[in-house]
Design a protein around this ligand. Structure first.
Ligand SMILES: [Zn+2]
Length: 495
């Protein structure tokens, strides 16, 4: 906090962010310099330079900073944040074994709540104002209630995507208690809490998931599904969905990494979105992030982080990973043909669009989220860190957001017009209480799982652990003579 930050703005009074570089992310991707954003109630009232503001408006000095729409994560398993970092060296197979087969069932409602609450707070801290909670371990409605209560205890915008990996989707969606939970959420029409149904389509020729899609259609709820995941979901699932009329503009296809042209064309033709989780795809093994395909087939796209059991929970990392993966693939593909890329296809502007307006589109909120325009909801982020040597010069604001900024630079966050982070500090969050909740969960799970399995789960065996470094012919003969190396004479690598 610097002396110019002032007190936390009071709720209920207008707020103006003054003198920032404003990434409106409107249709023309207008960038304004030395500009203001005025927030009245839950809406953006005006964007421009030298704005006149109502009496009593509180001011936030945005000079030297970047004001942008709140970021939107369209797929995060928030309950897994309770196990932050545990699976850093996992493959997708190890993830499936640990959560789906071995230990997922051990999570109690309070464990789901603990992960959700921490993930929700983490989102706000990193400027992620809307997060889709892909909540696929709700093995009772009590778990669902706990997930929901935890999200509601944090002043962010969320979409609860209800799921349950412990049973077939045709089973749990048939449960009247689940249905009434979903109906209640839907009928609340709470714009801070959306609702979706989350399940995967395995490609079983009998297509048992059909019944779950019918429930979603009856309830009028969108489906989000992990599609095109190497070894797990394939083109068959897409064909089944298409043939039965379940591919709609509201459908989200997560990853969609290993599909064929035919499937991408079915997605494009029916208007659904792909949620690209590049950090996840790069290391877990779902397939390469399908950025080339979304461009090629004209498919709406948003970004996501997937899970903090491996990766970071911030969209700066998502944007950066996405540009890097696309460019790596573009260069490598060219190099294999003996060619050179001289102009890159994917730009910083596009990944910023995908994490703002792209996310808004994926969750059906184009009309009121995703850009800084008068009348839209006031979900916004000020990136500003005067004490950081990385904060200047500010020559290319979109490039700055993607490759230079990070979560520690998030100065102020507003959700629905409310200041939830100010001067680099979360407002009204009791992190110590959340820490205790997480500690209780870890203590419980660790005891349930047992110390040996706990350690084995965290540190999977390495293949070829005994393999030697390859023989290298370019070695001066006396390189390994320790007496000469230590004596500093006859330097082996000198000439
Ligand atoms: Zn996922």
């Amino acid at each position: 906090m610097t002396s110019s930050d002032g007190p936390v703005p009071e709720a209920g009074r207008p707020v103006v962010l003054r003198g920032g570089t404003v990434l409106t992310m409107d249709d023309a991707c207008t960038v304004l310099t030395d500009a203001d954003v005025l927030v009245v109630d839950d809406r953006i009232a005006a964007v421009g330079t030298g704005l006149e503001v109502p009496e009593g408006t509180q001011e936030i000095d945005a000079s030297g900073g970047i004001v942008m729409p709140g970021m939107i994560d369209t797929h995060r398993h928030m309950w897994q944040t309770a196990m932050r970092g545990y699976g850093a060296d996992w493959t997708l197979t190890q993830y499936f074994v640990w959560y789906y087969l071995e230990h997922g069932k051990k999570f109690r409602p309070e464990d789901i709540a603990a992960g959700n609450r921490l993930a929700a707070i983490e989102s706000l801290d990193a400027g992620v104002t809307t997060t889709v909670d892909w909540s696929h371990n709700l093995h009772s409605v009590e778990h669902g209630e706990a997930a929901l209560d935890a999200l509601r205890s944090v002043p962010g915008r969320f979409v609860l995507a209800y799921g349950n990996i412990q049973a077939g989707p045709w089973e749990w969606t048939a449960d009247p208690a689940v249905r009434s939970f979903l109906e209640r959420l839907r009928d609340a029409r709470d714009d801070m809490m959306g609702v979706q149904i989350a399940f995967d389509v395995t490609g079983d020729p009998a297509f048992p998931e059909k019944a779950a899609f019918e429930v979603a259609r009856d309830l009028g709820l969108p489906v989000t599904t992990h599609a095109g995941v190497w070894g797990a979901t394939s083109d068959t699932g897409i064909q089944q969905m298409y043939d039965n009329g379940f591919m709609t503009p509201e459908t989200t296809y997560v990853h969609a990494s290993t599909l064929t042209r035919d499937s991408y064309q079915r997605i494009a033709a029916t208007g659904g979105s792909i949620s690209v989780a590049t950090e996840s795809e790069c290391s877990a093994g779902q397939g390469h992030a399908p950025t080339e395909q979304v461009l090629q087939y004209g498919i709406p796209v948003s970004l996501s982080m997937d899970t903090s059991v491996w990766w970071s929970g911030d969209m700066f990392s998502a944007m950066r990973a996405t540009l890097n993966a696309d460019r790596m693939s573009e260069h490598l593909t060219a190099h294999l043909k003996g060619e050179t890329i001289t102009h890159l296809r994917l730009r910083a502007q596009q990944v910023v669009e995908w994490t703002t307006r792209g996310g808004a589109h994926t969750i059906g909120r184009d009309s009121d989220l995703g850009s800084l325009e008068p009348g839209k909801k006031a979900d916004l982020v000020l990136i500003k860190n005067d004490s950081s040597p990385v904060s200047f010069p500010l020559l290319n604001p979109l490039g700055q957001v993607v490759f230079q900024a990070q979560r520690g630079d998030v100065h102020t966050v507003l959700v629905d017009g409310r200041v939830v982070k100010h001067a680099h500090r979360l407002v009204g969050v009791d992190l110590a209480a959340v820490r205790r909740e997480i500690e209780d969960t870890i203590e419980y799970l660790r005891a349930e799982i047992g110390e040996e399995a706990w350690q084995a789960g965290m540190f999977p065996d390495k293949p070829d652990a005994e393999a030697d470094v390859l023989d290298n012919p370019y070695q001066y003969s006396d390189f390994k003579d320790e007496s000469k190396r230590a004596g500093g004479e006859d330097r082996v690598l000198g000439r």
